[in-house]
Design a protein around this ligand. Structure first.
Ligand SMILES: NC(=O)C1=CN([C@@H]2O[C@H](COP(=O)(O)OP(=O)(O)OC[C@H]3O[C@@H](n4cnc5c(N)ncnc54)[C@H](OP(=O)(O)O)[C@@H]3O)[C@@H](O)[C@H]2O)C=CC1
Ligand SMILES: Nc1nc2c(c(=O)[nH]1)N=C([C@H](O)[C@@H](O)CO)CN2
Length: 237
């Protein structure tokens, strides 16, 4: 029987793409969701990675994706909820819409996908099945400029505990809480220097440290309901 695929939402770029490629290197079938079509997706498709369009900013979009997912596969080895919108807080009339959008991407999508895709994980013939939520170090301390983002990630962190309790012992549910892993286009050296100084390790590690954490969770049969901090010791500064 062929191995069940691993789903990574928001896998077209950066951390999600890196993990998708590393999982392929390790021999797993991989499905990613993407929101915007772009040339870079061809390289993933050429590696046999299945790419499904998804926009999680509405419940209808989330349910549309689930229909596409169930048409694509009858089982899943794991789900990595990686899709995310690091939107700063909006002011005025946009504030509520921004908050609602981030709630949908970071909480409603993982919630509905976990509920509706449980049957796909249960159909996996392998002994271990995993759900991994990508949260954020700011769950612990909040954020002055990304309060709505931080709150929605805090909700995702709490969903880790609820789903871990609900789905044990057949499905393990954990989270990874990164701090700065990769810079964004447009981040200048002054920003990079300030960002590096925020953690005890004083580095911008790149996505390999996230794959190491994901690999640990996928390979360990005795870990559920936890959040792995991957933050260079942010709490020490
Ligand atoms: N990068 C970092 O340093 C840190 C990352 N994290 C977390 O790690 C994870 C990966 O980070 P990173 O790689 O930087 O993430 P990105 O900011 O690159 O976002 C990943 C993907 O999410 C998708 N996405 C955004 N909004 C939606 C939506 N409404 N519906 C569907 N998909 C959407 C985007 O798809 P598309 O491009 O196709 O539009 C994007 O490719 C995230 O959950 C992030 O919050 C936490 C702390 C630090
Ligand atoms: N979806 C995203 N979430 C986050 C990003 C990002 O680029 N996309 N980046 C960060 C920052 O690196 C932050 O950790 C710096 O302190 C946070 N979340």
């Amino acid at each position: 029987m062929s191995a069940s695929p691993i789903l990574i939402t928001g896998g077209a770029q950066r951390l999600g793409r890196h993990c998708a490629e590393r999982l392929r290197d390790d021999g797993h079938p991989v499905i990613i969701s993407y929101r915007r079509e772009r040339p870079e997706l061809e390289a993933l498709r050429e590696r046999g990675i299945v790419t499904l369009p998804a926009d999680f900013s509405s419940e209808a979009g989330i349910l549309d994706f689930l229909a596409r997912l169930k048409a694509e596969t009858s089982s899943l080895r794991a789900i990595v909820h990686n899709a995310s919108d690091w939107a700063p807080d909006s002011s005025g009339a946009e504030a509520g819409a921004t908050f609602e959008r981030l709630f949908r991407v970071h909480m409603l999508a993982p919630y509905l996908i976990n509920l509706h895709a449980r049957e796909l994980l249960e159909a996996c013939s392998e002994p271990q099945r995993d759900i991994v939520h990508m949260t954020d170090y700011v769950v612990q301390k909040g954020s002055r400029k990304h309060a709505a983002y931080a709150a929605s990630k805090a909700g995702l962190a709490n969903l880790t505990l609820s789903f871990a309790a609900m789905y044990a012992p057949t499905i393990q549910v954990n989270a990874i809480a990164p701090a700065l892993i990769m810079l964004n286009e447009g981040d200048d050296e002054a920003y990079a220097e300030k960002a590096r100084a925020k953690s005890a390790m004083e580095m911008v590690p790149g996505p390999g440290v996230i794959y190491q954490s994901l690999r640990y969770l996928l390979d360990n049969r005795y870990v559920t309901g936890v959040t792995l901090p991957v933050d260079g010791g942010r709490h020490l500064r």
